[in-house]
Design a protein around this ligand. Structure first.
Ligand code: GLU
Length: 429
């Protein structure tokens, strides 16, 4: 990976281990020229405010003691408490959690939620754990990061391989340790525990909403459009369902179990049932298998990367034959690939806007918990759609004004908001 120029790197992350954080730094460098006098504060964005590494020891079902590496990084809290998910994945690293926390700061500011950015993770493949091991690991991790999280300090939520049950354990552990029930300490909780209607589908719904806005801008009708999706979890699966319901054809899907193709459109409801029972799209009967490497070159109107980081890079970007890319995942496209897609005339709606629906309904959940007053699903979906459409319009306007990509425009909007707050608060102590 190219080394980002002239950064005073934190000593715990040398140039060779920059990883996703290095990509984020390149994205900040691209917008710095547009920040005017606020550029004086830009170093603030190039280092996390606080990064906690914790040891998570648990007793396994067979009596062994296992140790897992856990993280919680608060990138920025200038505009409000830290906010961002917790990921359980075998490839989690400090660099990745730092980048994801920074993207949360940008995302929350881009859509104007009153939050800073944070992220957490444990380096573990949760599929190798029993349910009780998963519970013990989640509770111990929550206790370890308990010193820095809280309803007005930093509010975790689901991310890759975490769900409402994991959030329930986190909420319970934090509440038992602090001596009172604190529903607002995490979002993405079960409805019975102060969770919000609409939260589970919110990220995928947001992807669909901004995808439709982008399609209108680009003159692409959604009905009849072809859609290909990488990752068929909570985000990719919901986005695929909503596009399918709107009359689009989901023609190819790739995930960690393989890739499938059906030029006249997959039966998305049946595929969702298959994935729920088999853990992935591989082996789905009513489709042709596709070499996963060929997924990227399938001709389509919409490409939705909804898996992990760095999926669209210099090795495959030139092959992509999509009109519109809507980033459901965080960090799926490298800066070099951004340039290739831009040169090919592909319109890309960046992660920090496209997948902000999840944290937006997390915000609604947090507000509902604080006020102990709960909204209907219709009200939540309407507010979500309005907020996403307005954020898209403001960022698209900025992009036209400065003749930059939507990613750069989203970063200009977000970095300006964060650094304005930083400046007006001032340095203290
Ligand atoms: N993990 C989601 C994201 O990456 C949601 C975070 C949240 O709701 O706080 O945006």
């Amino acid at each position: 990976m190219a080394q980002a120029p002239n950064h005073a790197l934190p000593s715990y992350l040398d140039a060779e281990h920059l990883g996703p954080w290095g990509i984020y730094l390149q994205q900040v460098d691209r917008v710095t020229p547009y920040l005017g006098n606020l550029a004086r504060w830009v170093e603030t964005l190039k280092r996390p405010k606080r990064a906690l590494i914790v040891d998570v020891p648990i007793e396994m079902d067979d009596g062994r003691i296992a140790h897992f590496e856990g993280y919680r990084v608060q990138h920025n809290v200038s505009r409000g408490p830290g906010k961002g998910g917790v990921r359980f994945h075998q490839d989690v690293t400090l660099s990745e959690v730092m980048a994801l926390s920074a993207w949360m700061s940008i995302k929350n500011a881009a859509v104007n939620l009153p939050f800073g950015g944070a992220k957490g993770g444990i380096r573990v493949d949760p599929r190798t754990l029993s349910k009780s091991e998963l519970e013990r690991m989640t509770r111990r991790y929550t206790s370890e990061i308990g010193v820095i999280i809280g309803p007005s300090k930093d509010i975790p939520a689901p991310d890759v391989n975490t769900n409402s049950q994991v959030m329930a354990w986190m909420m319970d552990t934090y509440s038992m340790n602090s001596g009172s029930t604190a529903t607002g300490v995490v979002t993405g909780k079960p409805i019975s525990l102060g969770g919000s209607l609409g939260r589970v589908d919110a990220t995928g719904r947001g992807v669909f909403v901004v995808g439709c806005e982008a399609a209108r801008d680009q003159g692409v009708p959604v009905a009849g459009a072809r859609v290909i999706v990488q990752g068929f979890g909570n985000v990719g699966g919901t986005a695929a369902r909503l596009f399918h319901e709107a009359g689009a054809k989901v023609i190819a899907v790739q995930d960690h179990t393989g890739a499938i193709h059906k030029p006249d459109g997959l039966d998305v409801p049946a595929l969702l049932v298959h994935v729920a029972t088999h853990g992935g799209v591989g082996g789905f009967a009513n489709a042709q298998p596709l070499d996963p490497a060929d997924f990227w070159s399938v001709e389509t109107e919409f490409l939705i990367p909804a898996a992990l980081e760095n999926q669209i890079n210099e090795s495959n970007a030139a092959k992509i034959r999509a009109k519109i890319v809507v980033e459901g995942a965080n960090g799926p496209t490298t800066p070099a690939a951004d340039d290739i897609l831009h040169d090919k005339g592909i319109y890309l709606v960046p992660d920090v806007l496209a997948n902000a629906g999840g944290v937006t309904v997390s915000y609604f959940e947090w507000v509902q918990d604080f006020s102990s007053f709960f909204w209907s699903e219709d009200e939540i979906n309407q507010r979500l759609e309005r907020l996403m459409r307005e954020a898209y319009a403001a960022i698209a306007h900025m992009a036209r004004e400065h003749k930059v990509t939507l990613r750069t425009a989203a970063f200009i909007v977000a970095c300006s908001r964060i650094l304005q707050a930083r400046e007006v608060r001032g340095l203290y102590p």
